[in-house]
Design a protein around this ligand. Structure first.
Ligand code: ZN
Length: 67
């Protein structure tokens, strides 16, 4: 059985051999998680986060995406 990665749309092996299923790889899994986090930030930070905090958030994301 196979499906497609929700992030990059490549065919994905969703067998037990793929620890990142339903994503094709660790990177896509983290990207998807990061986008979900961005949505939470938009909601939570709309009236709370000063602009100066944005750089800190992006730095944190860069660390998460790096291998
Ligand atoms: Zn992918």
């Amino acid at each position: 059985m196979s499906t497609r990665c929700p992030v990059c749309r490549k065919p994905v092996d969703i067998s037990k051999d793929n620890p990142w299923r339903p994503f094709c790889c660790k990177r896509c899994r983290i990207i998807d998680f990061g986008e979900w986090m961005d949505e939470k930030r938009k909601i939570a930070g709309a009236d709370a986060a000063p602009l100066g905090k944005a750089d800190d958030l992006f730095e944190t994301r860069d660390v998460l995406v790096a291998d």
